[in-house]
Write a protein that binds this ligand. Structure first.
Ligand SMILES: NC(=O)C1=CN([C@@H]2O[C@H](COP(=O)(O)OP(=O)(O)OC[C@H]3O[C@@H](n4cnc5c(N)ncnc54)[C@H](O)[C@@H]3O)[C@@H](O)[C@H]2O)C=CC1
Ligand SMILES: O=C(O)[C@@H]1CCC=N1
Length: 279
């Protein structure tokens, strides 16, 4: 599957948060290769009726209850939770119509070896780890091939996700670590915004103002680093006046274990991904 066309059939198995974000982004994208796609290219398998009705109403896509109801597909996006993946794959493992498909997994932790063992023989598989900011075209997705994927398969998937932000081809051995940085990262950043907001409120600011300042500061700092090409270290040092308030803050945060907290958090996410991969 090297190229997309207006006739490419894309099946999404799991029409939840990530599935919706990916499909909605591809339908809306004006960027190649997703620019050829419209609602007519998609079919979504999702067990919950209210969710199917919502997706039909919002995007005009066809929806079915389960994977076995999908009549044909060229690309199949596996967007169910790791805990239900193997059970779902069992239902389509012997369906010849999925034999030549390009499968794209977004599941945390599930290795290509494990998935390929459960997919129909002949299936091509590419594994990815996207993140929620792709909903606003600012995602970060890592992509790796499998023993059944061609260079063209990997490039097509990378190009499709780059329509939703940045996409990087990496080695599979690094997938869980990237999941712990960018996959889970939006939660860490949001938690930091919540913590800054609470700290600002303790200093007497209204929670609304503190939150708006924190959000704009996260956005502005990321843009500053991206647009100027300066390093995060340079960005940090530029704010730290000798003997000033920022150095006092960073010293107190260091003493409270900020770096250790990130190290421990990322290690815990990697460990949990490995456990999910064995579900
Ligand atoms: N939420 C996130 O930030 C990220 C999630 N992921 C991965 O994305 C995948 C989906 O996660 P979310 O969208 O967050 O979960 P979700 O719970 O929002 O969506 C999963 C959907 O799958 C449906 N489903 C359950 N069993 C099914 C079956 N047998 N056939 C078809 N559909 C079925 C559920 O009804 C639900 O709508 C997971 O594997 C997760 O590891 C990857 C990167 C980031
Ligand atoms: O928490 C999770 O398991 C998924 C994977 C990366 C982000 N969310």
């Amino acid at each position: 599957m090297a190229k997309l066309s207006q006739d490419t059939r894309i099946a999404l198995i799991g029409g939840g948060k990530m599935g919706e974000a990916i499909m909605g982004g591809w339908i809306a994208s004006d960027e190649a290769p997703a620019s050829v796609l419209s609602a007519a290219n998609f079919i979504v398998a999702n067990p919950g009726l209210p969710r199917r009705e919502y997706l039909e109403r919002t995007y005009g896509v066809a929806c079915v209850e389960q994977a076995t109801d999908i009549d044909a597909a060229d690309i199949v996006v596996l967007a169910v939770k790791p805990q239900v993946m193997m059970g779902m794959l069992e239902t389509i493992a012997n369906e010849a119509r999925f034999g030549e498909c390009l499968f794209v997994s977004i599941a945390a932790g599930m290795t290509t070896e494990r998935l390929l063992g459960a997919l129909p023989p002949g299936a091509h598989l590419v594994r990815t780890m996207p993140n929620t900011p792709l909903l606003v075209g600012a995602g970060a997705t890592t992509v790796c091939g499998s023993s059944s994927a061609s260079v063209e398969d990997v490039e097509l998937v990378r190009a499709l996700f780059s329509c939703l932000g940045a996409a990087f081809v990496i080695e599979e051995a690094d997938m869980d670590a990237t999941g712990a940085i960018s996959g889970s990262g939006p939660a860490y950043v949001a938690a930091m915004i919540e913590a800054l907001t609470a700290a600002g409120a303790r200093e007497g600011l209204s929670a609304d103002l503190a939150e708006r300042l924190a959000v704009q500061t996260v956005y502005g700092t990321a843009e500053l680093i991206r647009k100027t090409g300066q390093t995060p270290e340079q960005t940090r040092l530029a704010v730290c006046s000798p003997g000033g308030s920022t150095l006092a803050a960073l010293a107190a945060m260091g003493e409270a274990g900020l770096s250790r907290a990130y190290e421990a958090g990322v290690a815990a996410a990697v460990q949990r991904s490995k456990e999910l991969g064995a579900c």
